[in-house]
Design a protein around this ligand. Structure first.
Ligand SMILES: NC(=O)c1ccc[n+]([C@@H]2O[C@H](COP(=O)([O-])OP(=O)(O)OC[C@H]3O[C@@H](n4cnc5c(N)ncnc54)[C@H](O)[C@@H]3O)[C@@H](O)[C@H]2O)c1
Ligand SMILES: [Zn+2]
Length: 398
């Protein structure tokens, strides 16, 4: 028998822009992304919008129509009035949103050169993004994430997914976007929880990749906690850059290997999200997971106790609550249910456990063994620190 390898390489590039008010009539960021070249037919676009964004900005649909009218001379047309998509994790439950995107695509006769603009939180970006990646095997997807988490993490990557059979992100693809536009005007209308949630990903990536960024987040924490937009723009942009650098330079953008540095703190976070039936937002659960793994890292000599407690203090200053009652849920045999998160991580990675851990502040090295007894001691400290900070907050507000 003869065997021969056949192969090819595909180079992906996508621009990521930072702007304020992408649909102001004189804002040309989106036009530069969609305008056809002289020998190409006019561009057609559809827009899907998270319903919470629509509720927070009632004039947005009108602004979008006006923006397309203002850029008609560049041969960009809006194929239909924007489609609302119910936001939050519900958007990712099952394949309904994926089918909806396909239905819209068929009804409007979209082709592989059509643009799909997705405005929404990470959940809407994931669900519509999956639909757009499947329709005709992939439309040109321009993401406009509207949450902190979306702008500094979820909206930038090359993955999308929906949940099925009760399992998070079970069905999805690796599909690089055509472009990403981080429009900070969207950040203003988030509620306090969403405003804060994405900052957990900034602390996460700072701890394992950039100690100076952690210093900066610490310095900006009071401004971030009082919703200062320029402070948020600075953190979002730096966090986004660190995520993008990882995706584009780590050598494993489609995650064929088992190392997942950007999933530091996520083994428990994913589990806590599910155990809380999504009462905890992804970012809120990540804050807890990062705090827990920082304290664990101190127990295996990867951080000093002072460094780990500093991470906990920064997350607390940003306003996160670092203990959740779901930690106390146990199986019939008394085993904490959160530990199933380790099994799920192991299964997802193909049978071998690989967890990202800090190796000193600002760098990381994976571990392959996890000691539950040490985690119990980290949990005891986390519970105590979280209680202390909750008591401080309630005495201040009394
Ligand atoms: N694909 C990836 O690489 C990736 C990475 C990280 C997270 N994710 C996914 O992202 C999701 C979490 O994203 P999220 O934290 O953005 O939460 P989310 O999408 O659930 O949004 C949170 C809430 O805010 C609302 N909202 C969105 N933008 C708003 C705005 N500008 N003003 C007012 N309300 C607004 C939403 O409707 C929702 O109710 C999870 O499903 C997670 O699995 C995906
Ligand atoms: Zn995350």
């Amino acid at each position: 028998m003869q065997q021969r390898d056949w192969g090819f390489a595909v180079d992906f590039h996508f621009p990521v822009s930072f702007t304020r008010d992408a649909f102001a009539p004189d804002n040309g960021v989106l036009a530069d992304l969609m305008a056809p070249a002289a020998d190409e037919p006019p561009s057609r676009a559809v827009v899907f919008i998270d319903t919470a964004v629509l509720a927070a900005r009632p004039g947005l649909v009108r602004d979008i129509h006006a923006w397309f009218a203002a850029h008609a001379a560049r041969h960009i047309t809006l194929a239909a009035t924007p489609e609302p998509i119910s936001g939050g994790e519900a958007a990712k439950q099952g394949l309904a949103v994926v089918e909806r995107v396909a239905r819209v695509g068929v009804d409007l006769g979209l082709c592989r050169h059509s643009y799909v603009l997705i405005i929404g939180g990470g959940a809407v970006i994931d669900a519509v993004g999956l639909g757009a990646s499947l329709f005709h095997r992939g439309l040109r997807q321009i993401r406009l994430p509207s949450t902190t988490l979306g702008q500094c993490d979820a909206g930038l990557g090359v993955k999308n997914a929906v949940n099925l059979f009760g399992l998070k992100n079970l069905i999805g693809t690796f599909t690089p976007p055509w472009a990403v536009v981080d429009d900070s005007r969207f950040l203003e209308s988030q509620d306090d929880r969403s405003w804060r949630a994405g900052l957990a990903e900034a602390v996460k990536v700072a701890v394992i990749k950039d100690a100076a960024f952690l210093d900066r987040i610490e310095a900006l924490a009071p401004a971030l906690a009082r919703r200062d937009l320029p402070a948020m723009e600075e953190v979002v942009e730096r966090c986004a850059r660190l995520h993008l650098e990882h995706i584009t330079t780590s050598g494993d953008p489609f995650e064929h290997g088992s190392s997942r540095p950007l999933d530091f703190g996520h083994w428990s976070a994913h589990r806590l999200e599910a155990l809380s039936q999504h009462r905890l937002q992804h970012g809120e659960a990540v804050a807890i997971g990062v705090a827990l793994d920082a304290l664990y890292a101190a127990r295996i000599g990867r951080l000093t106790t002072a460094e780990a407690e500093r991470i906990v203090a920064i997350l607390t200053a940003l306003g996160f609550r670092l203990w959740d009652a779901t930690f106390d849920l146990r199986d019939a045999d008394g085993h904490r249910q959160v530990y199933a998160g380790l099994t799920q991580f192991r299964e997802h990675l193909g049978g071998r456990l690989t967890l990202a851990m800090p190796a000193g502040l600002g760098s990381r090295a994976d571990i392959g063994v996890f000691d539950e007894a040490l985690c119990e001691s980290a949990l005891a400290v986390l519970r105590q620190l979280a209680r202390r900070s909750a008591a401080r907050v309630s005495s201040r507000t009394r």
